[in-house]
Design a protein. Structure first.
Length: 281
């Protein structure tokens, strides 16, 4: 457990290794550091030792208990506004995704905030994640599955379409997102293995959807913005531009038009009346 002696906030984590190695934590919300650069106000407390299985079970018990005591949520980094993050047999406890959308103006303010506040090594990662979500409407799950070879062609330039394995629909890449992808890789391209995932942790393992959600929640909160649903924002933007629903389905990777209508179209009475008044019956 890490304790911030100034804010009194705590972080519950686990590590398979030695207490004397250089590992500190893997939180995406608490500030990043290793054992060689621990801030003076951060204190570590070892509360349990055991086998990997025993440590996993102990962590699950603690976070499961915490998830049932909302009055303590403000005191832990493990918590976002809707609930507690923890693993239990690969199951995730996550808040329901919000329905609120983000405007283009607020999105640009968010990118500007990221530019000024993110650590250098996290800046390009954070920016590209946000741009993928806003400009393509990709789900968190599929975002984590994208590999370098999926986004770059043989010349090292961003592709127009990202293909996924199985029966999943392709992801279409807009001009502005292609520019962001090329900006992200840039001179770093020779350092990337084409088989590696685009978004990886400091340990080299791919992000999971929980990590992305946690990261996005933190970025929005630190920018003074409410939690939003980027996928809903993407689809709503297309609807407001009066794009053919069949095309929206392809761009948003929604298999059926009726599914699109049910989830994203608001059939307001006034809109129906306008249609009726404009129809020559």
């Amino acid at each position: 457990m890490w304790i911030n002696t100034i804010t009194k906030k705590k972080y519950l984590g686990k590590h398979i290794g030695s207490v004397d190695d250089n590992y500190a934590h893997s939180s995406t919300v608490m500030e990043s550091f290793n054992m060689d650069s621990v801030p003076p106000y951060m204190k570590r407390r070892i509360i349990f030792k055991g086998s990997k299985k025993e440590v996993d079970e102990a962590e699950d018990r603690l976070l499961s208990k915490l998830s049932k005591t909302p009055e303590k949520w403000e005191s832990y980094y493990n918590v976002h506004k809707g609930g507690v993050y923890y693993n239990k047999k690969q199951k995730k406890v996550m808040a329901n995704l919000p329905k609120k959308t983000i405007s283009k103006k607020d999105f640009e303010l968010l990118l500007e905030h990221v530019e000024h506040t993110s650590r250098k090594r996290n800046l390009s990662n954070n920016r590209l994640i946000l741009c993928f979500l806003y400009y393509s409407g990709v789900t968190y799950v599929d975002l984590c599955k994208i590999k370098v070879k999926d986004v770059l062609d043989e010349k090292g330039q961003a592709k127009d379409i990202i293909e996924f394995k199985g029966n999943k629909m392709p992801l279409y890449i807009s001009k502005i997102l292609k520019e962001e992808i090329n900006r992200f890789f840039g001179s770093k391209l020779p350092l990337y293995d084409k088989e590696s995932y685009v978004f990886i942790s400091q340990k080299g393992s791919p992000f999971n959807s929980n990590t992305i959600l946690h990261k996005i929640t933190h970025l929005l909160s630190s920018a003074g913005l409410p939690r939003v649903n980027f996928r809903t924002s993407f689809v709503k933007n297309l609807i407001e531009r009066e794009i053919d629903p069949r095309i929206i389905c392809k761009l948003a990777r929604i298999k059926r038009v009726d599914e699109l209508m049910k989830i994203y179209y608001d059939e307001v009475d006034t809109d129906l009346i306008k249609v009726l008044n404009g129809t020559d019956l």
